[in-house]
Design a protein around this ligand. Structure first.
Ligand SMILES: [Fe+2]
Ligand SMILES: [Fe+2]
Ligand SMILES: [Fe+2]
Length: 449
């Protein structure tokens, strides 16, 4: 596509008030979605990032932007909060929609292109080898110890670690199965109705209290979190957003329908195994009395959904449409599995980071206090209340306050104050933002690799 058109589209994005600089880390409505547009440059977006470079700022910015595009297709209105009609109109605005749609293929390639490098599905497949392979993978998921449970149990502050996990889920679970809705229209015979049954379960069969997103809202409220959609938008990590976006990516373009099917099978079948430890992880943070119905319900229903996906969709569809669809189903299965593994590792690292901020201040003091000014990559001077929207860096960074007072924020509840002369080491890829608390502040950043 013409670079001029793409630059114009990026310009619309860069100037859009709902995507720009916020006054707070917390969003008041579902439409205000800061994306750090300064991290989006056309020549970078034109290349897909390899797996080793997912900490590049453009990865998070592109995931945020893609999510905005996909979610313009969904209906979002505030629940129990007033409607900011200007924001509503701004988010669904035709010019923004057109700009994001122009950028969408580029953004999708930028953030998902690496899956092609990592996954190879060579050889010829038939139903038998497909079933042997996928059931072997799912058995490993079933038998693996829960990294989530140990990450939360071993945290200094298990309650905040559990909250952090719920926040990472919130972007997805508060509008659960929305992407699935893209796949239930049309006519693909009895399979349409089988998929519709799963979709209806996710939506509580029209009973609002039973809708999965409603059950998740209750869990958030019980854990003293705001259950409104995207209050914590700025704190979603790129890997958490990638899980949401992937389902839209393969559901927006129906040429990827069979990939959707494979990804859906993987997620429904694996959730049946992992929801028990997800419930235990929330109990490790909040005690045994917390109502974990959201995860318990999935423990029960996703056994069915996994079976339905396999017995009513995947197997009969392979029988009807032939082995030609197997590589695409497998691709979806493998791609989502890989994204989930990357997101799990990233989650555990981010929990460790937000749980241990004083340790990273001590690390800076002990190992880098004598570091010469000559190494500094950049200095910034910012006025009071200036926010740097949470982001991550591709290398570990020494962040040093030279004048004034700064709050370095790693999660909604975990931050640390740094005054003139104090520093912190921010590990590679870890989400963080800043807020200036003094009249002005100057700080320096130094890459450590
Ligand atoms: Fe669900
Ligand atoms: Fe399900
Ligand atoms: Fe930073």
């Amino acid at each position: 596509m013409d670079d001029g058109l793409l630059e114009n589209a990026l310009d619309v994005v860069r100037k859009h008030p709902l995507l720009g600089q916020p006054a707070s880390f917390f969003m008041n409505d579902p439409y205000h979605r800061p994306t750090r547009p300064q991290d989006l440059k056309l020549d970078q977006l034109k290349k897909h990032l390899p797996k080793g470079q997912l900490s590049q700022p453009s990865y998070l910015a592109a995931q945020r932007l893609l999510m905005n595009r996909y979610e313009q297709d969904m209906v979002f209105l505030p629940i129990e909060k007033p409607l900011n009609f200007e924001h509503f109109n701004g988010f669904y605005n035709a010019e923004l929609r057109k700009a994001l749609e122009l950028l969408r293929p580029l953004l999708e390639q930028h953030v998902f292109g690496w899956l092609d490098d990592e996954i190879s599905l060579s050889g010829s497949w038939d139903l038998e080898s497909f079933l042997a392979y996928t059931s072997g993978v799912l058995e490993k998921v079933r038998d693996a110890p829960s990294g989530l449970l140990s990450s939360i149990q071993n945290a200094c502050d298990p309650k905040e670690a559990a909250r952090y996990y719920l926040i990472q889920c919130a972007g997805d679970f508060l509008s659960e199965a929305s992407a699935m809705g893209r796949n239930v229209l049309g006519n693909f015979g009895p399979f349409t109705s089988e998929l519709f049954k799963i979709y209806l379960d996710e939506y509580g069969y029209g009973v609002h209290e039973k809708k999965h997103s409603t059950i998740f809202e209750r869990l958030m409220t019980a854990c003293d979190l705001d259950p409104s959609l995207h209050t914590y938008w700025q704190f979603y990590t790129a890997s958490s957003i990638s899980l949401i976006n992937y389902f839209h990516y393969v559901s927006h373009d129906h040429a990827k329908f069979f990939r959707y099917l494979g990804a859906m099978y993987y997620t429904e079948a694996s959730l049946a195994f992992v929801t028990r430890s997800q419930a235990q992880a929330i109990k490790a943070g909040f005690g045994d009395n917390i109502d974990t119905l959201y995860f318990d319900e999935h423990n029960h229903i996703d056994v069915h959904h996994g079976r339905m996906a396999l017995d009513k969709l995947v197997i009969p569809m392979i029988k009807q449409y032939g082995v030609q669809i197997i590589p695409e189903i497998l691709r979806g299965f493998e791609e989502f599995r890989l994204l989930q593994d990357v997101a799990d590792e990233d989650l555990f690292r981010n929990i460790e980071w937000q749980d241990n901020l004083p340790k990273y201040v001590a690390l800076a003091r002990e190992q880098f206090s004598g570091m010469s000014q000559a190494h500094v990559d950049a200095t910034f001077e910012e006025p009071q209340n200036e926010i740097s929207v949470p982001h991550a860096h591709p290398v570990a960074e020494l962040f040093s306050v030279q004048t004034g007072l700064i709050e370095l924020v790693a999660s909604p509840a975990k931050s640390i104050l740094l005054k003139a002369g104090e520093s912190i080491v921010i590990p590679k890829g870890m989400l963080h933002g800043t807020k200036v608390l003094s009249a002005t502040s100057r700080y320096a950043v130094t890459g450590l690799e």
